[in-house]
Design a protein around this ligand. Structure first.
Ligand SMILES: Nc1ncnc2c1ncn2[C@@H]1O[C@H](COP(=O)(O)OP(=O)(O)O)[C@@H](O)[C@H]1O
Ligand SMILES: O=C(O)[C@H](O)[C@@H](O)[C@H](O)[C@H](O)COP(=O)(O)O
Length: 204
């Protein structure tokens, strides 16, 4: 019996988009920086892709609407795909494209996650994963209150929880990794890294 020839898709290296999600203050930036360092993957900070108008709106204490968020979500998706095809230097003189990219995005609602999931359309080599950082509203209020020099103020956290559609069971069994984000920064960073490593080993 002859072995089935692998398809061109299965011969290609899978490329991963790791979206670090959750309401303001859950630790997206802190976790993304850790994954960026530990996995040597490029990192896109979602906050830096907002338009000045959106940033001003949030700084003025007004939550973004769906309409404010669409172009931002599409931009994050397209920039993630682009980053996966950008060669990165290695320790040798050769260059290669990264096997993944880390991106922070609150992705509060299911339809926002669906916008990011579109990255896999026509790209069977790409997998999108969401690392959902879970902690209580009061804990996030405290963290955002303690954060300096950021447009997002603590009184915005409540609106983030009002918008939040926590991933449902079908998402959790598929492309969402739920991580307990109630502990200290180091614990949460380690939990997120082990969830990502486990997903990579399990071929998820
Ligand atoms: N697990 C944690 N416990 C306590 N403080 C944290 C934790 N993770 C992050 N922080 C701090 O809380 C604030 C918000 O964290 P950040 O990573 O910016 O969250 P996000 O990007 O989700 O808004 C920062 O000042 C950060 O240093
Ligand atoms: O660091 C933060 O405080 C958050 O990341 C914050 O900036 C916010 O969550 C989004 O960037 C805004 O967009 P949403 O209103 O869609 O969350």
């Amino acid at each position: 019996m002859t072995a089935t020839a692998p398809t061109s898709a299965s011969m290609e290296q899978t490329k991963h988009i790791w979206v670090i999600t959750g309401p303001a203050g859950c630790g997206k930036t802190s976790v993304a920086e850790h994954l960026h360092q530990q996995l040597s993957l490029p990192y896109l900070e979602g906050d830096t892709f907002h338009t000045p108008e959106n940033v001003q709106k949030m700084a003025d204490g007004q939550p973004l609407t769906d309409a404010d968020r669409w172009d931002w979500l599409i931009l994050l998706r397209e920039q993630s795909i682009l980053t996966l095809s950008k060669p990165t230097s290695t320790s040798t003189t050769t260059t290669s494209t990264p096997s993944g990219v880390i991106v922070t995005c609150s992705a509060l609602k299911r339809k926002y996650r669906d916008v990011l999931r579109i990255a896999t359309y026509h790209r069977p080599d790409i997998k999108v994963h969401f690392v959902f950082l879970q902690a209580s509203e009061s804990a996030l209020m405290d963290r955002v209150r303690g954060r300096q020099n950021h447009y997002m103020k603590d009184y915005m956290v409540h609106s983030q929880f009002q918008s939040l559609e926590a991933p449902m069971e079908d998402e959790l069994g598929n492309d969402v990794l739920a991580v307990d984000a109630s502990g200290n920064s180091v614990d949460v960073q380690n939990l997120a890294l082990s969830a990502v490593s486990k997903a990579l080993k399990g071929g998820r």
